[in-house]
Write a protein that binds this ligand. Structure first.
Ligand code: FES
Ligand SMILES: [Fe+2]
Length: 388
């Protein structure tokens, strides 16, 4: 009896994962970076899934990627597979990709279909996720196929972006994206089209990608050969977060080409802006917006595992540019530029990840140019270690 009581007391007094983070929670000029376990612990990763990715609206696609009835795509959110499908009425639906029989994924990859047939025992589902057929199940007591369906997710569209949400109680998407709409609405990104979608898998925890993309401090050293030569780091280091973990800033810089010149022209909605028009934003937890005068280069990053992250870069242009004879060459030039930028970054963040498991790693102090990093780190901590 006494022994069990002692064990209980010991467990209660054990420091929790969030207890050792005070040095990071200080104001920027006194703050230190995070200890390694925040980027290597399966317990922290599980909390991130539960507290962030199962709660927030998540950007999963452009609506144009699911243009026609029957178009579908699959996606995995930290081990929870989902399907997004456009039905016969043109409406978008999202549901779990877990067969209601034993959980096998009923849809694979992406494409166009009339229905989903589970490859294991053949249960059939329509584009809304409703069960339409289940062989040899008539005698099963208490099983009513009419009320059986793949578990739905909330789904909505903002500015041409498709978002889903696992939490049925979530606030409406319009409210979630309100700061972003206020900041970027004038660009009218719903009128732009995807020229390219580039996918990179990086050997690092997802938070390093988020932090790196808001970190202007490294731009001069790492990106001197690409965009780092064209920006004023002091000017961009103003990206203090809103209460919901997001920010948007606008400044002068050159287009994302090696020449620093636009290749095609200007986005119609911002035709009155100078060639140096540039913007940068973050919508927590995983969407970044980079805009220049002729294109938008948003990216979304997804945790694939504790130490692996998928980065998806879109390149959006006005529809009118797609018919130009030099369009493909221009898109290729952008691709080469972005690939170089991602390579520059990935070497650094994969090295960061390795450091997190090093016995002698000790988190160092932050620079004032790390205002965005400090903001994103502390916003994530506030979410991960919040009380339920
Ligand atoms: S697991 Fe899908 S039909 Fe059996
Ligand atoms: Fe970078």
């Amino acid at each position: 009896m006494g022994g069990a009581g002692q064990t209980r007391r010991k467990l209660t007094n054990r420091p929790t994962l969030g207890d050792r983070l005070d040095p990071t929670r200080q104001p920027l000029t006194q703050a230190r970076h995070l200890p390694g376990y925040i980027y290597t612990s399966p317990e922290v990763y599980a909390l991130e899934k539960e507290k962030i990715f199962m709660k927030d609206w998540l950007c999963v696609a452009r609506a144009e990627e699911l243009e026609n009835p029957g178009d579908f795509m699959t996606h995995d959110v930290m081990g929870d597979p989902i399907v997004i499908a456009r039905d016969e009425n043109g409406n978008l639906n999202a549901f779990s990709n877990l067969c209601r029989h034993r959980g096998v994924e009923v849809a694979q990859g992406c494409g166009n279909t009339k229905e989903f047939s589970c490859p294991y025992h053949g249960w059939l589902y329509d584009l809304k996720g409703r069960l339409t057929g289940a062989p040899y199940m008539k005698d099963t007591e208490g099983f009513d196929p009419k009320t059986c369906r793949l578990k739905p997710l909330l789904i909505d569209v903002w500015a041409g972006w498709v978002f889903v949400n696992f939490d049925a109680e979530a606030k409406p998407l319009a409210e979630f994206v309100a700061p972003f709409e206020k900041a970027f609405g004038f660009i009218k990104m719903e009128d732009l089209r995807v020229a390219e979608r580039l996918v990179y898998d990086l050997e690092c925890n997802w938070k390093f990608v988020a932090e790196n993309l808001v970190d202007v401090y490294h731009a001069g050293t790492v990106h001197g050969a690409t965009f780092g030569a064209h920006i004023d780091m002091e000017d961009i280091a103003r990206n203090a977060l809103d209460a919901n973990g997001s920010y948007a800033i606008f400044y002068d810089a050159k287009p994302h080409t090696l020449s620093g010149k636009p290749l095609f022209g200007k986005i119609p909605a911002i035709e009155h802006m100078p060639e140096s028009f540039s913007g940068n934003g973050f919508l927590a937890p995983n969407m970044h917006m980079f805009t220049r005068i002729e294109n938008l280069r948003p990216c979304v990053h997804w945790p694939l595992s504790l130490t692996r992250t998928r980065l998806i870069y879109y390149n959006l242009f006005p529809k009118e540019f797609f018919d130009r004879p030099d369009f493909e060459d221009g898109v290729k030039a952008y691709r080469e530029f972005y690939t170089q930028v991602v390579e520059e970054d990935s070497e650094m963040i994969e090295s960061l990840q390795r450091a997190m498991s090093a016995k002698r790693f000790e988190p160092g102090p932050m620079s004032r140019l790390e205002v965005g990093v400090h903001g994103v780190i502390n916003y994530n901590l506030s979410r991960i270690f919040s009380n339920p």
